[in-house]
Design a protein around this ligand. Structure first.
Ligand code: URA
Length: 185
């Protein structure tokens, strides 16, 4: 199955209640051959309207962050979310919704085969790295899981709310750049 076929099947998904209120499924964007995969938590209002991840204010900041380390959604990375449909009022996706949706992300990872996975924020890190992951203490640390190097950084929305977190995130971005070099990316 190709990424496009997977996206088509995801478009009709009714595996959880979020299908009732979504305007668009937000499958993912980027290069299917990317070595670096970024994963957020779920679409917000703008993403739901446009069908693309991280296109609102947090998305603009994410694009600037990617630019610092020579990455761009149009060329050399891929961006997805834990859940593909917008949770109403931007609440955190429920565990039952994450459980229903995670199969799509697992298939995306199988098809893309990234060397590096960067969790954007607490929700993605708790789902993909460790259930009790503490973003404040552990952001920027690396671990290898099934041959994939994984880390987490603050969610761009958190960086919009609290600019004091930005210097730490800059250091985390540099560490991602170094890991890319180390892996020959
Ligand atoms: N926040 C996310 O976690 N994902 C998006 O796609 C947009 C905002």
């Amino acid at each position: 199955m190709s990424l496009t076929q997977l996206e088509e099947s995801c478009r009709d998904c009714r595996l959880c209640g979020l299908c009732a209120t979504r305007r668009n499924v937000v499958f993912g964007v980027g290069n299917p051959d990317a070595d670096v995969l970024f994963v957020g938590e779920g679409p917000g209002e703008q993403e739901d309207l446009q069908g693309e991840p991280f296109v609102g204010p947090a998305g603009k900041l994410l694009d600037d962050m990617l630019c610092i380390i020579d990455l761009s959604r149009k060329e050399n990375c891929y961006i997805a979310n834990i859940v593909k449909c917008r949770p109403p009022h931007n609440r955190d996706p429920l565990e039952i919704e994450q459980d229903a949706c995670i199969g799509y992300l697992e298939k995306q990872m199988e098809l893309i085969q990234p060397k590096i996975l960067v969790c954007l924020g607490r929700i993605a890190a708790m789902r993909l790295i460790r259930e009790d992951y503490r973003i404040t203490r552990e952001h920027g640390q690396w671990m290898e899981k099934n041959g994939v190097w994984m880390t987490a950084i603050y969610h761009p929305s958190a960086l919009l709310r609290d600019v004091s977190k930005r210097p730490e995130t800059f250091a985390d971005l540099i560490s991602i750049r170094e890991k890319m070099k180390e892996l020959g990316i």
